[in-house]
Design a protein around this ligand. Structure first.
Ligand code: PLP
Length: 228
């Protein structure tokens, strides 16, 4: 093994054991939780290493990186970056899951594209706890209206909610609020069982509040040279 392989294997094992411990502590089955390795800014060679270590889900924030790496490494690819309308067609070509949708127009466009290419796309609606525009997402009072307007679009499967808590929020408070909103959401959309929440700094708390999809980058691959 190369030194990079050893490094990634070590960090991945540490994250895996923390996921298992947090799941056990919460009385949850590890199999309910999907680890998405966020490979943004890292080379395809790192994705290849992760793939050989058994990781199957990869996440990217930028279309260009997703296009390139998904062509080199097979797996289930997720897009969690800010959505730009003109990039949706390209993103739909490689991403099976889009986590960061917060506009009906974008989902409608995605539905038209997905219908054209005959591909079903799974989507998460992005929730915002504080409405700050830089992180994206819709606030709770707007969430149901957004879901109602996209729920029955062809080739779109609404699988759940995604949230990136504001940095200044205390973790426990943020994730219990997210969990409560997700629970309310399930009353109207019982099939939207996924909760994409939890990153390197907070995934254990996210697990204790029901997260089903963890998006973890730096904890596995090391700190990034830039932060898109
Ligand atoms: C970068 C990013 C992640 C991964 O962040 P880490 O702190 O490196 O684990 C997860 N979700 C989103 C939306 C991101 O932009």
């Amino acid at each position: 093994m190369s030194s990079r392989e050893i490094e990634i294997a070590t960090e991945l094992a540490a994250v895996e054991s923390q996921i298992a411990a947090a799941a056990a502590k919460a009385g949850r089955d590890r199999s309910e939780i999907t680890l998405i390795a966020v490979t943004k800014t890292y080379p395809a060679s790192d994705v290849e290493i992760l793939r050989n270590l058994g990781v199957q889900n990869f996440g990217e924030n930028r279309n260009e990186e997703g296009v390139a790496k998904s062509a080199q490494v097979s797996g289930t690819w997720h897009f969690q970056g800010q959505v730009q309308s003109r990039k949706l067609r390209d993103i739909a070509g490689w991403a099976s899951f889009i986590h960061s949708l917060d506009s009906a127009e974008h989902v409608e466009k995605l539905s038209r594209i997905a219908t054209e290419v005959g591909r079903e796309i799974s989507i998460f609606l992005q929730l915002s706890l504080d409405g700050a525009p830089d992180r994206g997402g819709v606030i709770k009072p707007e969430l149901m209206a957004l879901a109602d307007s996209v729920a029955n679009l062809p080739q779109i499967k609404l699988v759940g909610l995604m949230c990136v808590p504001p940095v200044e929020y205390e973790h426990e408070r943020a994730f219990s609020e997210i969990a409560e909103i997700h629970e309310g959401f399930l009353t109207n959309y019982p099939a939207a069982t996924f909760l994409s929440a939890g990153m390197s700094s907070d995934y254990q708390i996210a697990i204790s509040h029901g997260a089903t999809h963890l998006r973890i980058g730096s904890q596995i691959l090391g700190s990034r040279p830039y932060h898109p």
